[in-house]
Design a protein. Sequence first.
Length: 370
Amino acid sequence: MRKLATLAGVAFAASVALAPMFGQARPTPPARDPLTPGYPAATELPDGQLPPKNADGNFILGPTHTSVPESLPQTGVPQGSIFEFTMNSPDSKLYPGIAREPGTFGTVDPAEPSKLIVTTSHPAPYSRKVSVYIPKQYIAGTIAPFIVGADGPDRTLFTVLDNLIAQKRVPAMIAISISNGGGDAQGSERGLEYDTMSGRYAEFVETEVLPEVEAKYHVKLTKDPDGRATTGGSSGGSCALIMAWYHPELYHRVLTYSGTYVNQQWPYSAETPHGAWEFHEHLIPNTTRKPLRLWLEVGDRDLLNPNIMRDEMHDWVLANEKMAEVLAAKGYHYQFVFARNAGHVDQAVRRQTLGEALEYVWQGYVPVTR
């Protein structure tokens, strides 16, 4: 079965490479089987059923993905306030801005197929929006837990929080949804921010974003890492884990959809030569367990090798399956959902699961007054 899956991957990779040459859209990746030999064992749930909110482990979901009430505005539920402000690259000490020339990507290093050479990236300005959700239940002057999200604004997150907070299923938290600096993958500002294996993005949030939020909206954000969460999809998902991994003194709770735990870092780093693929290849297995709680999802039609690199480190399904395997081996509290009939950061899956995911990630939280 693994051999068949590999042959399908080779054929798909070839079609991906050839499609742009003929002016065609990239083909849909083939559906992968969660029962493939080598994938960790998982509990298959009845269609429409979600995992228990307090259960660690691996679960198979679908194929029907119906929005749960928590993902939709509900009559009589207090709605939080949503604010927005703009940040400009000239004001940033950590991210002054880059961009990759349109229509370019990079070339594979002939001496190392896992390394991409990008020559068309250069300094460039950007502006980004930051959306801030403050729940109706927030009491002015008190210290609040919060969640930081990538690729904002995230209206689904805000709606789900309205409903869960009203039902007392999660704490009354502030949500800070930060848009990226533009572009995607190697050589872009978004790729630099989200795919770099370092603490820089968490430091950017800590020193440049959070102080602005507190000053503009007169809120107090907790310093307790147990009261801080990160979330995102795709490279925003790997970024969410990168933030907590390199700064566990800042974040303990991580929630990702279709996390880009693949080889997409640029510039190249000898310390983490395979980018976020290093999480399941070396970092998690070889590092003492960190105080993190994680929720992860991947779809059966998630991304598969959608670029010129042929290093066998660009299969999002395999990467997330490997994440589940190493997290279990190290004894982490985690929940992994494999969604049937689902694509990359599938919004139907997200509207079905985000409420349960937030409950799982926030279980055990006890507020502190600092």
